[in-house]
Design a protein around this ligand. Structure first.
Ligand code: IMP
Length: 445
């Protein structure tokens, strides 16, 4: 695309917290108004649950748009692709009657190899043993960090297009194994097939044969689509506070899940990003290690975890739960330049007499409303709360904004006032039908 007067018909859906905000549900809903859905970052560390007519689909690599007829799904340049995972998602979707035809995979996306998963595990256990060090990150174990590290180090990485180039594939795998095997062997506990050159080349060649129909120049396809005025939805995986540059480093993932990652992850220029929708839960969750100022280690946290079914889609780990952190939310809104918020899982807060939102932090004896994402600073921040009225009534069956309890509308107003951006969508349950448009006043359709 070139710079034109007309704004592009594009929407970005971005997680504003530490992931698992319910992005998949909103992408699935918005996909119906778009022609393309594009994943641009992350890999199988992401987990999207989408419920359609009571049926739950758990997706990790497949763009959520795959459940919408007429939409082309794209796995862009910035994704690290685990072909075994993708092929098993394709097979299980097909088994359930979802045809996977319109899928394009960037030839420039990087492949997660078996040795990347072994390295991920080895690094985590070494970091966990380290005394006085930063400790382990609590990764998903999907080989994400090592795959991105190889991409940046150059020379040992395999890209999707290389699966179809036997000489390049062999050279890269041989180089990678030569460098990694001594380290992995010293660490011990690595399965032998993670560094078996011939076995890996055979596996990767089979992946290439199965993925070949989908491999494409996705950058070119997206430029042309936008030039034709087609509507493109960018699906951020993971979330803002896990961004490798702007998240709570080092407790982050290894990609750029923010709107800032769309350019490098797709090959589109900044002008290609139209509307930006930020997705936030009505409370806070986090999986893995790292600071979380509003974490609740008491019965309130347990109640949120149980009601919100806060267990990881990818790893099954219980998520850490806490009150909504408005300081972090305002920061995430700023980094992404969001136009609006979709507030998710509001129904989970029903039954609390009072709810709390964090409006500032206390650090070194002073109060601040600025968010410093560095883990060593954030880890010292204590939350300063505002207390708001709770609501007793269950709201999962509410279909009109006018029928929502006063306390819910008050909560929404508090979020809007703190962040300076309108909340346009309220989600009160997992199904598509449990989504209220605050503009239209009724269920989003
Ligand atoms: P990695 O992305 O597997 O390297 O994990 C790094 C950190 O990001 C860990 O704390 C993970 O739990 C977290 N993480 C990565 N992806 C997601 C996600 O989609 N939702 C929630 N947490 C995630």
């Amino acid at each position: 695309m070139t710079r034109t007067e007309a704004p592009p018909n594009t929407t970005a859906v971005i997680g504003l917290q530490w992931g698992d905000e319910g992005k998949g549900k909103i992408v699935d809903l918005l996909a119906r108004e778009h022609d393309w859905v594009v994943r641009y970052n992350g890999g199988a560390n992401a987990g999207h649950s989408v419920v359609v007519n009571g049926e739950r689909f758990a997706l990790h690599l497949m763009p959520s748009g795959v459940l919408c007829k007429g939409v082309t799904s794209v796995i862009g340049h910035g994704v690290v692709l685990d072909p075994s995972q993708l092929l098993s998602e394709i097979a299980s979707l097909r088994k359930r009657g979802v045809e996977v035809r319109s899928l394009l995979i960037s030839s420039g996306a990087h492949i997660v190899m078996p040795y990347h998963k072994a390295e991920d595990a080895a690094r985590e256990s070494l970091l966990a043993e380290q005394r006085g060090g930063s400790g382990s990150i609590g990764t998903t174990g999907r080989g994400i960090g090592p795959a991105y590290a190889d991409k940046v180090q150059r020379g040992t990485a395999v890209r999707v297009g290389d699966l179809l180039r036997p000489a390049v594939l062999r050279a890269r795998v041989e180089a990678a194994v030569a460098l990694k095997r001594p380290v992995l062997e010293r660490h011990g506990g690595t399965p032998a097939d993670a560094t078996d050159v011939e076995g890996i080349i055979d596996l990767a060649t089979r992946w290439g044969q199965e993925l070949e129909p989908f491999i494409a120049d996705t950058r070119g396809a997206l430029h042309s689509a936008i030039d034709r005025g087609e509507r493109v939805l960018f699906e951020g995986a993971n979330a803002t506070l896990l961004d490798v540059d702007h998240g709570t480093y080092p407790f982050v993932t290894s990609s750029s899940p923010t709107a800032l990652g769309i350019g490098p992850g797709t090959g589109l220029p900044p002008a290609a990003i139209g509307r930006v929708v930020g997705i936030a839960k009505a409370y806070q969750t986090r999986v893995g290690a790292g600071p979380m100022p509003t974490e609740l280690l008491d019965a309130d946290g347990e109640r949120i975890r149980e009601r919100g079914r806060e267990f990881g889609t990818t790893t099954g780990r219980p998520r850490r739960c806490g009150w909504l952190d408005l300081v972090a939310l305002r920061y995430a809104a700023e980094v992404n330049g969001i136009d609006e918020i979709a507030l998710m899982l509001v129904d989970v807060l029903a039954g609390f007499k009072e709810v709390r939102v964090c409006r500032a932090y206390r650090i070194d004896g002073r109060e601040t409303d600025r968010f410093d994402p560095d883990a060593s600073v954030l880890g010292r921040c204590e939350p300063v709360y505002d207390t708001l009225p709770g609501f007793a009534q269950e709201i999962t069956g509410v279909t009109e904004a006018g029928s929502l309890p006063e306390a819910v509308l008050g909560y929404v107003a508090a979020v809007e006032a703190a962040v300076g951006v309108p909340v346009r969508i309220l989600s009160v349950g997992p199904d598509r039908s449990q989504t209220i448009s605050l503009d239209a006043g009724g269920v989003l359709s």
